[in-house]
Design a protein around this ligand. Sequence first.
Ligand code: ATP
Ligand code: MG
Length: 263
Amino acid sequence: MKISICGKGGAGKSVIVALLANEFRARGYRVLVVDSDESNSGLYRILGFDHPPIPLMELVGGKKGLRDKMAVKFSSGESEPKMEVLSLDKILVKDIPPQHIGESDGISLVNIGKILHSLEGCACPMGVLSREFLAKLHLDQDEVAIVDMEAGVEHFGRGVETSIDRVLVVVEPSFESLELALKVKQLAAGAGVNGTWAILNKITSEKIAIRLKDELGKRGIEVIGIVHHNPKIFEACLEGHRLDERIASKEASAIVDTVLSKI
Ligand SMILES: Nc1ncnc2c1ncn2[C@@H]1O[C@H](COP(=O)(O)OP(=O)(O)OP(=O)(O)O)[C@@H](O)[C@H]1O
Ligand SMILES: [Mg+2]
């Protein structure tokens, strides 16, 4: 099962990725977190890793190497780069070279690539690599991949979702976040994803939750879980610490129950 977590910048995507990873792991799943956000680099910390794994981008010659391949493809008349950047047709988690996959307390982590320098060019190669890696990634029944997407919707333009089973959109209490959820739902449907569900985050009262559910309902989006505003989450994010598996575990458990019951 491949699940992507998307939403507006700062809505809480990485926090939700960590909460769900903890919960799936607690249920005996082998969890692979895919860090597909080329800007932010702190996901490894809230997952409890000391350092991030070497980006998969390095496996394909770095951004330059991948961009060169894309340029060759474009110049040969292709409308979009569909070249093979990863040599295997099917990638099993155990095939990923050890320096490119971290493991901490039953959760594995891969990192697609990060923007590191000014003027290094756009992040399109990261999108291409994310798309191809996820499409080739083969998971067993007891494995789940949770993808931390970059903020916004550009990843849909790059086709990253084409092999994703479910898109979960994180919605915080703001109009922008609601509007982005609608956009995500439409784009996910266009990418052939069967269902987009919302997770409400940073919720401070039942009243707010009801309002957001109502607004999302008007946009045709079902809410499958709520994570309240939680001082422990805030503190862990402020300090750059691991999100302990006890934090918001009941809320994460309810979300995973719903996801599993619907898939
Ligand atoms: N449930 C919560 N309770 C309290 N604070 C939260 C909660 N969820 C997120 N936050 C706060 O929101 C901040 C942003 O969360 P997070 O980094 O998960 O968002 P994001 O959507 O991944 O952001 P980006 O778009 O930058 O990747 C955190 O640093 C934390 O301060
Ligand atoms: Mg994030």
